[in-house]
Design a protein around this ligand. Structure first.
Ligand code: T4K
Length: 401
């Protein structure tokens, strides 16, 4: 059978922000115009906070202008100092937030199923200088929550989660933000749910809310009194408007992603050398935030990076989230020479995250899978060398045998 594959005629990117109907946004803008209130805890920000409190089933929640500042402020507000045990397999903002607080990250390796901090290794890394654990629910898949909680309690450590990818995730009907002492969610445009830019903290200690309010607003108590050296990390009315309109649709968007994920899994599981991440564990209501797969070069016939480049030839802009691991970025290189991180390194060298967003058509998913299948079969038949030198995709069409 001969199957034609054409490159997409416009880029298919790893993520594509969801947008509400323009009419609804325009209506919201009219409200903002009539109130002439743009930021500083305006009515839409307050409404957004209330709606999120209902969605996340907690009163202990605070909004920020982005997730990175939310995490930086959380570390400051909780008085975390010294060493923090964390993961090398994440977006660089997780580590940057520690550095901005002059906290030393202690990298511990990840587990191979969902790529989050391996609790078995965490305990061995605890020293008298350790003050907290900062774990990441990578791609939205929950960390080993009970194990981390037990370790944190046993050693009197704070437990923080970078839940940037995890909005809408629940574990046995409990929202993911209810675990640990605090969780940070990112509402960046590329996330499953967003407010253009934005961030949210949920936390266990109700006393933290007031402190966070000070810290994100210069430490102002009132017009003339500043009670602590805060910064500026306030959410604007425009961000809140976007968030409010998308929050109404978030469950529907997750459902669409679930269908896309299922379709990918069905197709990709047939391709040798494409290794899927384990499905969500029992009790987890997942949000299908990302579509990561590992490429086994020996079986697939191409390296991960070769596949990434071939897809680009066909106008598919997958990403290598998260490559390289954090200690290998130039700004951190050499600082963590002793860290033994074989699993994180291996995953980072094989990972590719494929496009997923709620309005990605299933036909497009099929076409991406056809391409991957095609690259594999060409590589196997020797048309594409392991170095990727013999074959360049035609800009217009390619033929699949
Ligand atoms: N912790 C973790 C674990 C995180 O993953 C992140 C953010 C954070 C903390 C920090 O949270 P924030 O401070 O961002 O709230 C993107 C996002 O910018 C970043 O938010 C996200 N993680 C990270 C995983 O991905 P880049 O540099 O890869 O984004 P960029 O601009 O290359 O966009 C990715 C794709 O999305 C592009 O190929 C095109 C598409 N796109 C992007 C934007 C911005 C659009 O189609 N429209 C758009 O408006 O970091």
């Amino acid at each position: 059978m001969v199957k034609m594959i054409r490159p997409f005629n416009k880029p298919i990117t790893v993520a594509r922000p969801a947008l509400p109907p323009l009419e609804e946004f325009r209506e919201g803008l009219e409200g903002i115009w009539s109130r002439v209130w743009l930021t500083n805890d305006g009515p839409l920000v307050q409404q957004f906070r209330d709606d999120l409190m209902a969605f996340c089933r907690t009163d202990n929640l605070s909004l920020f202008t982005n997730g990175t500042l939310a995490l930086q402020i959380a570390l400051q507000g909780m008085g975390i100092t010294g060493d923090v045990i964390t993961t090398p397999y994440t977006f660089v903002a997780t580590t940057h937030a520690l550095f901005w607080n002059k906290i030393r990250p202690v990298f511990v390796d990840i587990e191979p199923d969902y790529y989050s901090l391996d609790p078995k290794l965490v305990e061995d890394a605890i020293t008298p200088w350790t003050s907290a654990i900062l774990a990441v629910h990578v791609y939205g898949q929950p960390c080993q929550l009970n194990e981390l909680e037990k370790i944190a309690q046993k050693h009197g450590l704070k437990l923080l989660y970078d839940a940037a990818h995890s909005f809408g995730v629940e574990v046995y009907d409990k929202p993911i933000g209810h675990f640990g002492d605090l969780s940070m969610f990112s509402f960046h445009a590329t996330k499953i749910f967003h407010s253009i830019e934005g961030g949210m903290l949920t936390f266990r200690d109700p006393g933290l809310r007031r402190l966070l309010d000070y810290l994100k607003n210069f430490g102002f108590e009132n017009e003339t009194e500043v009670v602590m050296p805060g910064t500026n990390a306030k959410m604007t009315e425009f961000q809140a408007l976007m968030g409010l309109l998308l929050l109404k649709r978030v469950n529907e968007m997750i459902e669409k992603r679930r269908t896309i994920d299922r379709h990918y899994r069905l197709r990709l599981s047939q391709i040798p050398g494409i290794c899927l991440v384990a499905p969500p564990s029992e009790g987890v209501r997942y949000n299908y935030a990302y579509m990561p797969v590992q490429v086994d070069e020996d079986e697939f016939g191409l390296t991960r990076t070769q596949l990434y480049l071939k897809l680009r030839d066909y106008n598919v802009f997958a990403r290598r989230y998260f490559y390289p691991i954090i200690p290998d970025f130039p700004c951190y290189r050499g600082m963590f020479a002793g860290a033994d991180l074989p699993v994180a390194r291996r995953v980072a060298s094989r990972i590719i995250t494929l496009p997923i967003y709620s309005d990605l058509a299933l036909d497009d998913v099929d076409r991406i899978c056809d391409m991957i299948e095609y690259f594999h079969s060409r590589a196997r038949s020797g048309v594409v060398s392991a170095a990727g030198a013999q074959y360049r995709a035609s800009p217009l069409t390619a033929t699949v045998a």
